[in-house]
Design a protein around this ligand. Sequence first.
Ligand SMILES: [Zn+2]
Length: 237
Amino acid sequence: MKKIDAHAHLGYIGGWANVKMDVDELISLMDTYEIETTMICVLDNEVAYKAMQKYTGRIEGCVYVNPLEPDCLDLIDKYVKLGFKAIKLQPLRHAYCADSEIVDPILDKAEEYGIPVCIHSGHPPYSLPWQIGLLAERHPNCKVLMIHMGHGHGVYIDAALKMARRYPNIYLEMSGMPMHTKIKEAYDTVGHDRIMFGTDTPFHHPTVEMQKVLMCGVDEQGLEDIFYNNAKKFFDV
Ligand SMILES: [Zn+2]
């Protein structure tokens, strides 16, 4: 079954993670697991851009910005004009609260370009689902993808679903989230078009992430939506 990977990385992520992936390895994984297109975020946006140029149509970029840096809006302008399809925010890495006012100009910019914003979720005190809910509430016309849908903690996962049910502009991505049951729950109670597949490669292997979707209990149409249709529409790829 063809797939779109809504969330992956390239390069070496050191420190505690100590994982790495280059674009040729990524393409080989994508070929093995029928992943047509992967949305990548790389701290150095130039690396993402080179990957996009090397594998046009297979690799699409999310421009990675830090709202605390003065050039963040310029970076969005630059890379959206080069074809990037979304904006990536990582409040935990850059140490700001997801609901902080400093994030507002980023979402205004996303709205101006008509592109979505992908935000890492699941880590206190910066990136909890309630904070992403408060941010999304202020920007009802900006589509917000809650990456990891709460991540590793059951209470945060439940909060991710609650926030997505409350705010129609919140979408969910399931990589790194351990509960297969919550994927079907999101499909049924948040919306058939608002939960999508991602791998977070190289943090996780595609087969591990695929298995959770395959076993979550949705029907064939649900699998097609989660693996492919929803990301295709969300990212316009
Ligand atoms: Zn990630």
